[in-house]
Design a protein around this ligand. Structure first.
Ligand code: ZN
Ligand code: FE
Ligand code: FE
Ligand code: ZN
Length: 266
């Protein structure tokens, strides 16, 4: 049985399709669960061009997801979730917001290093102006802090910094071990996110180097397509399934009201 725990909708202004269209695709793919995990609202209009407003969360996102959960309950389990952002200084707001609603899970992602939206194609030229090794160090420092902050349940696309194919000149093994020791200590899951296959890097997030570490540390895996259009639901899950068999003992994490349990993928 498979689930897709990383999906978006037109509410975030850079994805196509209504929440219901994603669910309809997930039903057609015979998924057991679909998690609605659109980009979380943030305080002070942070990155407002890539996410719903706080008002849209209350007036549209939350009531629609909960209504769709009822409407489709005989066909698929719909989870009420978010993709949150780790951005230093917003932790208190995020903690409050996450505790005020009965989310099934929250993905924690790093999309910003300071002002730089480093995964945004518009700003890809900044990699040329920066030392890529330093970018990698800064990125993994943020991932480590995002785990230590204990705001989220799943680490999203944990090596997103490779998205456009920039590679560090040094071996990251020691840095990665430090990061995932912290992830293990806070008992988070890490997602296998197939969207990297659709990006210039043409690789699943995380890399096999990281998956080996996750396996060694017995860190549970989650699964998502990061669909930004309904037809991307479940995309490349045959590839993901092989990685989950190899590095996750064939099991993925599912969540209800932020409690994790395990599901066998075959
Ligand atoms: Zn997005
Ligand atoms: Fe993301
Ligand atoms: Fe996403
Ligand atoms: Zn994402």
């Amino acid at each position: 049985m498979l689930v897709d725990y990383h999906t978006h909708s037109s509410l975030c202004k850079h994805a196509d399709g209504s929440l219901e269209e994603y669910i309809v695709h997930a039903v057609a793919m015979k998924l057991k669960e679909i998690g609605c995990s659109d980009h979380s609202p943030m305080p002070n209009d942070f990155d407002i061009q890539h996410r719903m407003t706080i008002e849209q969360f209350h007036q549209t996102y939350k009531p629609e997801v909960l209504a769709l959960r009822e409407k489709y309950r005989d066909r698929i389990t719909v989870k009420f979730a978010l993709e949150g952002d780790f951005f230093p200084g917003t932790e208190h707001w995020v903690r409050e917001f996450n505790s005020q609603h009965e989310f099934d899970y929250i993905i924690g992602s790093v999309h910003y290093l300071g002002e730089w939206g480093f995964d945004n194609p518009t700003f890809v030229h900044k990699y040329e102006e920066r030392n890529v090794d330093e970018v990698y160090d800064q990125y993994y420092d943020h991932i480590k802090r995002s785990a230590a902050a204990k705001l989220f349940d799943i680490i999203g696309h944990c090596d997103l910094v490779k998205k456009f194919g920039h590679r560090p000149s040094k071996n990251m093994e020691e840095v990665l071990r430090e990061v995932f020791k912290v992830v293990k200590s806070v008992d988070m899951a890490v997602e296998v996110n197939t969207s990297g296959l659709r990006k210039p890097v043409k690789e699943v997030y995380p890399s096999e180097q990281i998956l080996r570490i996750l396996h060694e540390y017995k860190i549970p895996l989650a699964l998502g397509s990061d669909a930004h259009s309904p037809d991307e639901i479940g995309r490349d899950f045959d590839v993901a399934k092989q990685l989950i068999e190899k590095y996750g003992n064939g099991k993925i994490s599912v969540f209800t009201k932020r409690q994790r349990s395990e599901l066998r993928v075959s």
